[in-house]
Design a protein around this ligand. Structure first.
Ligand code: ADP
Ligand code: MG
Length: 340
């Protein structure tokens, strides 16, 4: 499979009155054609800013892309003009954002919002665009699609609005679909339906996808690769099964432990990661997770660990850590056994 997207050492900061916000601090990865990447991490870890930077959508000022390349389809997106980027965004990269109420225009019908992009990017006439729009609404599971084209966003439920957003994201057959917390505002049942829908669409349409969420559980059944972000960096990355079964970052382990599992007795209290997320107004030093990490070593407080292949693991599994999580946990288990 060919490489579709290559992000190289992306750094984005915001220069505000309060000081510099170190939002993204050197993010590098590649995404293959047809691959689904789940990007996870607590709120404020730079997930949104990293994709908004790629798409030319961060407010500048106060935002500034300090470094990096984003090679998509052979071009560096960071070097394109606003006009060229707008074309890429509508036609080659589809986007779905968190809140359909703010992303959909409340005074335009759903049909109008869908057909506009089709006319602009694919050069369709009104009849063709309406036919395609109906087809798209049908694909995303909106009943009576043809009759709903003339409805306004407020006439749809939250889940149905999110389906409309997905239809718009898919409208130009993008090679890459970026979804930023698309189910966060929805209740759990609707959330599961949307995840299922996107899974089916992906298999059907074969595009690559970046799915951003603070909820590791959401990506488990959806992504091929998972990438965990903390303080504007990738702390772990690998095939989903490998990262879930064999996490090597204490942060990822914390996220996994905070997930509810089906085999848990009712009322089990979930473990929370102790401490608070980092203040991004401080220039990151060392391993930013060190203050919250029971396995941290002195080196973690001083030097930033690079993302490297894990020892004795899946060849595509990477971690940024100076400590060896498996060794540390094994030692912990032995000590507990001896004490018992
Ligand atoms: N327009 C902005 N001005 C200043 N700081 C911002 C702006 N947008 C985002 N940030 C900051 O950048 C950091 C990363 O934010 P974000 O990427 O939105 O986090 P996530 O999506 O992982 O929750 C946060 O500290 C956030 O407050
Ligand atoms: Mg976000």
């Amino acid at each position: 499979m060919g490489v579709l997207l290559e992000v190289k050492d992306l750094v984005t900061h915001f220069h505000t009155q309060e000081g510099t916000v170190y939002a993204v601090n050197g993010v590098s990865y590649t995404l293959n054609e047809g691959e689904t990447l789940g990007v996870v991490g607590e709120s404020g870890s730079g997930k949104s800013v990293h994709v908004l930077s790629m798409l030319g959508l961060i407010p500048r000022p106060p935002g500034r892309i300090e470094n990096g390349e984003v090679i998509f389809n052979g071009r560096d997106l960071l070097k394109l003009s606003e006009k060229e980027l707008r074309k890429v965004r509508g036609a080659e990269i589809g986007m779905i954002f968190q809140d359909p109420m703010t992303s959909l225009n409340p005074v335009l019908t759903i049909g109008r919002q869908l057909t506009e992009a089709l006319k602009l990017h694919l050069g369709m006439n009104t009849t063709q665009a309406r036919a395609r729009a109906t087809e798209l609404l049908d694909i995303v599971g909106i009943p009576n699609a043809g009759r709903r084209l003339d409805d306004y966003p407020h006439q749809f439920s939250g889940g149905m609005r999110q389906r409309v957003m997905i239809a718009i994201g898919l409208s130009c057959n993008p090679r890459l679909l970026i979804a930023d917390e698309p189910t966060t505002a929805l209740d759990v049942t609707i959330q599961a339906q949307i995840v299922e829908l996107v899974k089916q669409l992906k298999e059907h349409l074969g595009m690559a996808m970046i799915w951003i969420t603070h909820d590791l559980g959401v990506v488990a059944g959806l992504a091929d690769t998972v990438q965990v972000m903390y303080a504007g960096r990738i702390v772990e990355r690998g095939p989903v099964e490998s990262v879930f079964k064999d996490p090597r970052s204490a942060y990822t382990l914390g996220l996994i432990k905070s997930l509810p599992r089906p085999d848990m007795p009712r009322g089990t209290r979930l473990e929370q990661i102790p401490g608070a997320p980092p203040d991004m107004l401080n220039k990151p030093v060392g391993d930013p997770f060190a203050p919250r990490n029971p396995y941290a070593t002195p080196r973690c407080c001083e030097e930033t660990p690079p993302l490297r292949p894990v020892p004795d693991g899946h060849p595509d599994h990477y971690v940024a850590a100076w400590y060896d999580l498996r060794e540390a946990r094994a030692l912990e288990a032995r000590t507990a056994e001896e004490a018992a």
